[in-house]
Design a protein around this ligand. Sequence first.
Ligand SMILES: Nc1ncnc2c1ncn2[C@@H]1O[C@H](COP(=O)(O)OP(=O)(O)OP(=O)(O)O)[C@@H](O)[C@H]1O
Ligand SMILES: [Mg+2]
Length: 251
Amino acid sequence: MSTKPDRIIIRLEKVTRIYKVGVESIHALDGIDLQLRRNEYVAVMGPSGSGKSTLMNILGCLDRCTGGTYFLDGRDTTRLGAGGLARIRNTQIGFVFQSFELLGRSSALKNVEMPLIYSREGWWSRRKRAKKMLERVGLGDRIKHRPNQLSGGEKQRVAIARAMVCGPSILLADEPTGNLDSKTSEGILALFDQLHSEGQTIILVTHEESVARHASRIIRMTDGRIFSDMSFEQDRANRASLNGRFGEMSK
Ligand SMILES: Nc1ncnc2c1ncn2[C@@H]1O[C@H](COP(=O)(O)OP(=O)(O)OP(=O)(O)O)[C@@H](O)[C@H]1O
Ligand SMILES: [Mg+2]
């Protein structure tokens, strides 16, 4: 497998996701075309209900599109069965959620070890790997703590360690700082920055410009579509000019 930084790792072609609720069809994703390169750091933004989580769930193979094609690392995931998708989730995807989603009764170490159960490694080597990952996220002294014995920021660090322990091709984070105060959020974002500088591809959903500024590319969605996709600098200039125009109109 090539590790060239410009290699395309994600390619979506005309991806749709229609939810059927009773007689109603909700077009949560309405024809998404998207390409992402290895080692990109992308922020997905947009109003509530615009399809951000639906997109993340499809990218993370937690859900399937109802139309179009999703290539992950050159592989057409839409052709895979449940087993194939589960393998991809376990080996290539790391997912971090707003609400941490940790196993409440298990220690930090057990939580991080969990995805390694499906690997062929022996328990000692799994344990060593999980411990190392917890040290990497700054929690070497919290490995025996259960989630209710950890702060919000620490819980999210455990979740990040769990997402990273299998060495995923992409790290997906759906509003990872949504439940954290601004200082704790900065710590989590510094950790993402560090992982990105070490080569990790990251896609993060956020409502906050202060979070999005850590990414180098901003994708804005509305009504299940991508309406802008540009570098952070272009996006900022674009917003500034729009604000200027609206400012003048309201004078
Ligand atoms: N399981 C589901 N069944 C039916 N409709 C759904 C389901 N999940 C999401 N939707 C609908 O799909 C659309 C997109 O939802 P999605 O959760 O992707 O939005 P979002 O951009 O993540 O919003 P938020 O910022 O509030 O998290 C919404 O109209 C939502 O009501
Ligand atoms: Mg969402």
